[in-house]
Design a protein around this ligand. Structure first.
Ligand code: OAD
Ligand code: ZN
Length: 257
């Protein structure tokens, strides 16, 4: 009898181009909170309208900036779990290309060693001026207090306006280069491996459809069903930190850290 592990491994073994789409659930086992988990998710406790829009930042810059500084500290303390290392290994096992497209802003894929990573929603390590886009150093910002609930954003060295986080807020468009890379990878992929995303936020949630439209297959790893699950060729109800190393083992590899 075959289960989702064998089915997923079978699809991956023959794949030349794989696009991995990850969301906050990928980082949950590294201790980074998700957004929509009913208990521990950010949006269970806060309204995104108060923290993740430009309007919120302009209305209450000190509170919004402090939230991003505390998240920067938290992700710097976090370590990529075995599922991240498994994706690095998977890229070397395949004959073709593996592109990781992530909605996460925590940088854990890159820190684990994945090479081809597209950060669709920006990065907590990127800061820039809200007016002239001049960059500011994340290391300088990380020297600001950890755990404060209000932190005044630094002023831009060029024009004096506020420095803002380099993440995509609700109502903003995604970085053009990231979108182009992600969409190009999806259109030509044989397999989309979708891990730890609620598949609710667009345009990222569109990517698996692009893969399917090009004749590729969809494998979803998520302990809870999502709007994608019924369309996935393989839905595997499992946690990323267990499923991905098992998948790599089934594809003939082991996970070295
Ligand atoms: P969500 O918080 O919406 O969804 C997280 C998903 O991860 C859920 O479907 C969980 O079931 C699943 N999950 C939880 N633990 C898991 C585990 N150990 N292994 C695998 N899956 C697990 O996060 P995203 O889909 O990433 O946007 O949210 C998309 C966007 O909405 C985010 O990028 C963010 C947010 O508002 C911006 O910041 C622009
Ligand atoms: Zn400026």
């Amino acid at each position: 009898m075959t289960g989702p592990l064998d089915e997923a491994a079978g699809l991956l073994r023959g794949a030349k181009r794989v696009v991995v789409l990850t969301g906050a659930g990928m980082s949950a086992e590294s201790g980074v909170p998700t957004f929509r988990d009913a208990q521990s998710g950010w949006w269970a406790r806060y309204d995104p309208e108060d923290l993740a829009t430009e309007r919120a930042f302009r209305r209450n810059p000190d509170r919004v900036f402090a939230w991003y500084v505390s998240r920067l500290h938290a992700v710097r303390r976090a370590e990529p779990h075995d599922g991240y290392h498994a994706l690095v290994r998977l890229a070397t096992l395949l004959e073709g290309v593996l592109t990781v497209v992530t909605q996460n802003v925590d940088g854990l894929h890159g820190r684990a060693g994945s090479r081809d990573v597209v950060e669709l929603h920006g990065s907590l390590e990127a800061f820039r001026c809200i007016a002239c886009r001049h960059p500011a150093s994340a290391d300088d910002i990380a020297r600001l207090e950890d755990g404060a609930t209000v932190i005044h954003p630094p002023a831009c060295a060029k024009c004096g306006n506020f420095i803002r986080p380099g993440v995509v807020w609700f109502g903003e468009t995604l970085p053009v280069d990231a979108m182009e890379r992600a969409w190009r990878a999806a259109r030509t992929a044989d397999v989309a491996l979708v891990v730890g995303t609620s598949s609710l936020v667009y345009p990222a949630a569109e990517l698996p459809s692009l893969v399917a439209a090009g004749g590729g297959r969809i494998v979803e790893i998520n302990p809870h069903e999502t709007p994608l699950s019924c369309r996935a060729d393989v839905y595997w109800p499992a946690a990323a930190g267990e499923a991905l190393p098992a998948l790599v083992a089934a594809c003939g590899g082991s996970v070295a850290k």
